[in-house]
Design a protein around this ligand. Structure first.
Ligand code: NAD
Ligand code: MG
Length: 394
């Protein structure tokens, strides 16, 4: 981290995926801490009008749109004074490696987020990582790169932020287990038979969190929790046996850390991503920002249930992939992204999502220590396998 990131100074933030749910929450965090955080670079994919509005409001040094048609449309617009539009394949690399950038928030959805995260770490930047798919695909390589470059990798996922916060009550070697909480999604308590005819509209209605479409479907299948088990395994270097999941429908307790002496430390707050985003951006400082506060006078009870692995087999896949490692994460992630896309396009049923992931995972060419190029090739392969599987059913 460079000197301007010291406590009390303004941190310059590059936001990859600034038009998404996490990206816009990040800008809200910046709104509440204008003397401490500054939007320095913004990237979006296709929603260029929104990106331009953000540029006019936040006056960043750089913006870029990764979709070529959106980049072309932006090139015809007048940029605000002081903002440069970057185009082409190197644009994200230019933003994240700018010497003036203190911290990069990676909030692009899916495997498309890998490159930006990788380039930011390569440039030695502190990375606030929302894009869990990067760690699912290539966790060991990403963590090794961060170590080599002495770059901090701070979680934005609420569960992992909670674990980072709770872990500070002891030493890493004193952790007996971590317990990730899951809301259970919109279909908690349903049977498999009841899930057969679920529509995209039903699956897109999350009870406690307002998120982008891909992660909302992942929350409905519990694949999101599967991806989070894998994310925790690599981010915290924890043996998979030390990771558990418990259903907590209210989404107030974001996760638990149990220490060797039996003590359990948790982090709690209303479900609002502004808090974990802010914690990552101002780490290790805690500042008074705009995150929602607990309404103690309305509080009644918090519930817990064991996860139903039979109805939600995606979660079992997550534990399995966390144990096997190697190429499994990239294959599961690629297959899931393709399957979620196909479900949203009404080409496959809700229950087909974990089904096709299982099949693609089972017949891939496993290797234990893949190179990054191999993982990227497997990401493409697994998507094609999903399309092939769908074609055989249609
Ligand atoms: P979203 O769909 O709302 O936003 C995605 C952003 O990525 C947009 O800015 C979009 O322009 C950009 N993008 C999409 N495809 C791209 C591509 N091919 N290349 C470059 N940019 C692209 O998604 P989200 O809900 O904000 O989630 C973003 C990431 O954060 C995901 O990895 C998700 O798992 C993670 N996350 C989200 C939440 C949440 O509450 N939304 C919570 C925890 C973790
Ligand atoms: Mg989460």
């Amino acid at each position: 981290m460079n000197s301007s990131a010291a406590a009390g100074c303004t941190r310059r933030v590059a936001i990859l995926g600034s038009t998404g749910s996490i990206g816009t929450s990040c800008l809200k965090v910046i709104d509440h801490l204008p003397t401490r955080l500054q939007a320095w670079g913004l990237s979006a994919h296709s929603r260029w009008e929104e990106l331009l509005e953000q540029a006019c409001r936040y006056r960043p040094r750089y913006i870029t749109a990764t979709d070529p048609a959106a980049a072309q449309a932006l090139a015809l617009q007048k940029m605000p004074v002081g903002t440069q539009l970057l185009t082409g394949e190197d644009a994200i690399g230019t933003i994240v490696s700018d010497p003036d950038v203190d911290i990069v928030l990676t909030a692009i959805v899916g495997a498309a987020g890998l490159t930006g995260t990788w380039l930011a770490l390569q440039a030695g930047k502190t990375v606030a990582i929302a894009n869990k798919e990067t760690l699912v695909m290539a966790g060991p390589l990403v963590m090794e790169l961060a170590r080599q470059k002495n770059a901090k990798l701070l979680p934005v996922d609420s569960e992992h932020s909670a674990i980072l916060q709770a872990m500070q009550s002891g030493q890493p070697c004193e952790i007996e287990r971590i317990v990730l909480t899951a809301s259970g999604g919109p279909f908690r308590g349903r049977t498999r038979a009841e899930l057969a005819d679920i529509t995209p509209e039903q699956a897109l209605k999350h009870p406690t969190w307002n998120m982008g479409p891909k992660i909302t479907i992942d929350s409905a299948t519990l694949m999101n929790k599967a991806l989070e088990v894998i994310e925790a395994r690599w981010l915290f270097g924890l043996e998979p046996e030390k990771i558990q999941v418990i259903i907590h429908p209210e989404s107030i307790i974001h996760s638990f850390v149990e220490f060797t002496d039996g003590s359990i430390v948790a982090q709690l707050s209303p479900p609002d991503m502004c808090l974990p985003i802010q914690y990552a951006l101002t780490y290790p400082e805690r500042l008074s920002g705009g995150a929602k506060r607990m309404k103690w006078d309305e509080l009644r009870c918090w519930n817990f249930q064991q996860p139903d692995l039979e109805t939600f087999p995606a979660l079992a896949l997550g534990f399995e992939v966390a144990k096997r490692g190697g190429t499994c994460g990239a294959v599961l992630n690629g297959a899931n992204e393709a399957a979620v896309g196909a479900f949203l396009d009404r080409r496959i049923a809700f229950l087909d999502i974990p089904r096709v992931c299982r099949e693609v995972l089972d017949h891939h060419n496993y290797s234990e220590r893949p190179a990054l190029s191999e993982l990227i090739a497997l990401d493409r392969w697994s998507r094609q396998e999903v399309l092939r599987w769908i074609a055989t059913k249609e």
